[in-house]
Design a protein around this ligand. Structure first.
Ligand SMILES: [Zn+2]
Length: 246
């Protein structure tokens, strides 16, 4: 695709022929990724080890540098890597679990963004063999939730393939005594699902302390999905957390 210099775009600024500034779009995607990770950190869903990525083209991704401070993240903490983990651009190395992202992108052409975190409440359930139950409307969107039956880190291709097979065509999977993985057609979607998953697990856990929680039936789950799975509501959830970001 050719580029032209648009007079109104300022001296020397390259604009693609559809009118989008490509450099700006890259910056915007990186900024979205930064915002996602900072919001997950503030919501206590991601810790010092969590990571998120956005697919760029067929064989690359933006991902946070492994050693970065999640709460203070900036676009300078985002690197570009290929599916083998080679750094194409950036000021540091990807997390050791970059394999998790690469494995899912290989297996799922529909996935454009991946979040991996070690959230407490959803992981508590796996520690004692309790299945994730749909107890809260938004939480039904990731139900049924497949579980990877291993606490091992996804730091090699074999484990990455195993996780991708567990996830199959679902939007989320839980990893026993380890964490959760959420995928989406955008980073907004993966972020929002991470919140829904953890909130549902929290409510399930708390309800279990005082009794047997009510689980949504198939009809109720179908109605929730029809009402709640849409980009406008996902954006509203994103904006809710964005407004609170310090
Ligand atoms: Zn992990």
């Amino acid at each position: 695709m050719g580029f032209v210099t648009r007079a109104s775009a300022g001296a020397g600024q390259l604009v693609d022929i559809h009118g989008d500034n490509m450099a700006e779009t890259e910056q915007q995607l990186k900024q979205q990724l930064v915002q996602c990770i900072r919001m997950l950190e503030q919501a206590d869903i991601i810790d010092y080890n969590g990571h998120a990525s956005i697919r760029v083209g067929d064989d690359r991704m933006y991902i946070n540098i492994g050693t970065c401070q999640r709460s203070l993240l900036t676009v300078a903490d985002i690197c570009t890597i290929d599916m083998e983990g080679n750094v194409i651009e950036g000021n540091g190395k990807p997390p050791l679990e970059f394999h998790l992202h690469a494995g899912i992108y290989r297996a799922r052409p529909d996935v454009k963004a991946v979040v991996h975190a070690h959230p407490k409440w959803s992981t508590f359930l796996t520690m004692v063999g309790k299945s994730y139950a749909p107890v809260y409307a938004q939480g039904t969107l990731v139900y049924p939730l497949p579980m990877l039956d291993s606490p091992n880190s996804i730091n090699n291709k074999g484990m990455a393939d195993r996780l991708a097979a567990t996830l199959a065509d679902r939007p989320a999977a839980i990893m026993k005594s380890h964490g959760a993985v959420l995928v989406g057609k955008s980073i907004v979607e993966a972020f929002v699902l991470a919140n829904y998953l953890e909130e549902n697990a929290y409510r399930q856990y708390m309800a279990l302390q005082i009794g047997k929680p009510y689980c949504f039936n198939d009809h109720e789950i179908a109605m929730c999905r029809e009402k709640l799975w849409n980009d406008v509501l996902f954006k509203r959830t994103w904006d809710h957390f964005s407004a609170k970001l310090k």
